[in-house]
Design a protein around this ligand. Structure first.
Ligand SMILES: C[S@@+](CC[C@H](N)C(=O)[O-])C[C@H]1O[C@@H](n2cnc3c(N)ncnc32)[C@H](O)[C@@H]1O
Length: 292
C-alpha cells in the first residue's frame, strides 16, 4: 500500500501536541526524529525526553490530500512552520516505522525500550517492547499516564488486570515493577499475539494470562485494574471494569479527553473514591480506590 509522510518540525514541548494533531487528522502512525542532532531535552516531571528540535512524522494513506493537513498546521503554528510532504515507495512502512522508536523513561524507575535497541540504563526497570501492529509504545499520552501511575505504586505481590492490553506494555511494566500475576484482555487477536510475544521477550510469560473478552475468567477480582481504552467503552463497560477490582483495590482508566472526564468521574464515583484527573496534553487519567 503506498503511503505519504508529512513531517512537521516542532519543539520538545510542542511535539506531543503535534503528534496528537497528526493522529487526529488521520495519521496511521506518528514518530519522532531529531531535527538537528541536538542534545536530548531534559523534561519536566511527567514529560517524555525529546530533542529541542523534534521532527514529527505522520504516516498517511497516499490517497489523503496533504494540503488541508499542512494548512491546519500553518493555521496553528504560523505560515512559516517547517514541513515536508514525501511519497513513500511501497513497502512495509508500518513495521519500518518501529525502527524510529527510542527508549523512553516514565516515572522514577521505568523505561520502555524498543527490543532492537540497547538499554540505556541496565539498572532500571526495563520493558523490551516490539508493539507489532498493536497499540502501545509509550509515545501516546494515555499510555504514558498509565505507565507513570503504575510506576508510582507498590506492586509487589499484587494481581492486576490490564483491560485493553494492546502491545502488553502496561501488563508487562506491572510485572517488571513487581506484580505477581497479570491478566491482559483485548478484543483484538493481534493485540493478544503482540502481548504474548512481548511477555516472552521480557521473561514474564508465566505470570501473564491473555484472553479475548469472551474467554476471561469469571468471578475474578484483582488488586489493581488499569484500562486504557476510550471514553465510550469505559462508560459502557464501567460495571464490568469496576467488578474486576477487589474492595479497597485500585483502578485507573485512560483514553479520556479532558472534556469527557467530568462524566466519567461521575460514573466511576459510584464504586470508587476518585482522585482529581491527571492531565497530559488534552488527555487524562482518572484513578481511585474501590469503596469497601
Ligand atoms: C488505546 S489501546 C491501549 C493499549 C495499551 N494498553 C496502552 O496503554 O498503550 C486500547 C486497546 O483496547 C482494546 N479494546 C478496545 N475496546 C475494547 C473492549 N471493549 N474490550 C477489550 N479491549 C478493548 C483495543 O483493541 C486496543 O488494543
Amino acid at each position: 500500500m503506498p503511503w505519504i509522510q508529512i513531517k512537521i518540525n516542532a519543539t520538545a514541548k510542542t511535539a506531543n501536541k503535534v503528534s496528537n494533531m497528526l493522529m487526529g487528522l488521520g495519521a496511521q502512525a506518528v514518530t519522532y526524529m531529531d531535527a538537528q542532532d541536538t542534545p536530548v531535552y531534559e523534561p519536566l516531571p511527567g514529560e517524555t525526553k525529546l530533542w529541542g528540535d523534534t521532527r514529527c512524522i505522520g504516516l498517511f494513506d497516499a490517497e489523503v490530500d496533504p494540503a488541508p493537513i499542512v494548512a491546519f498546521f500553518q493555521q496553528h503554528f504560523g505560515e512559516d512552520v517547517p514541513y515536508q510532504v514525501e511519497l513513500l515507495e511501497d513497502k512495509d512502512w508500518v513495521r519500518e516505522w518501529m525502527e524510529h522508536f527510542q527508549p523512553m523513561q516514565f516515572g522514577e524507575r521505568l523505561w520502555i525500550c524498543p527490543s532492537w535497541r540497547d538499554v540505556p540504563d541496565p539498572t532500571a526497570v526495563n520493558v523490551l517492547l516490539d508493539p507489532g501492529l498493536a497499540f502501545g509504545t509509550g509515545t501516546h499520552p494515555t499510555t504514558a499516564l498509565c505507565l507513570q501511575w503504575l510506576d508510582s505504586l507498590d506492586l509487589k505481590g499484587k494481581t492486576l488486570v490490564d483491560f485493553g492490553c494492546g502491545s502488553g506494555i502496561l501488563a508487562i511494566a506491572a510485572l517488571k515493577l513487581g506484580a505477581e500475576r497479570v491478566i491482559g484482555i483485548d478484543i483484538d487477536p493481534q493485540a493478544i499475539e503482540a502481548s504474548r510475544d512481548n511477555a516472552q521477550r521480557n521473561g514474564v510469560s508465566d505470570q501473564l494470562e491473555l484472553y479475548l473478552p469472551e474467554d476471561q475468567p469469571k468471578n475474578f477480582q484483582a488488586d489493581i485494574v488499569v484500562a486504557n481504552i476510550l471514553a465510550g467503552p469505559l462508560r459502557e463497560l464501567s460495571g464490568l471494569i469496576s467488578g474486576l477490582v477487589k474492595p479497597h483495590g485500585l483502578m485507573a482508566i485512560s483514553g479520556i479527553l479532558e472534556s469527557q472526564a467530568p462524566e466519567l468521574l461521575e460514573v466511576y464515583s459510584q464504586w470508587f473514591a476518585m482522585n482529581p484527573a491527571t492531565e497530559r496534553e488534552e488527555w487524562c487519567r482518572l484513578d481511585g480506590i474501590k469503596k469497601g
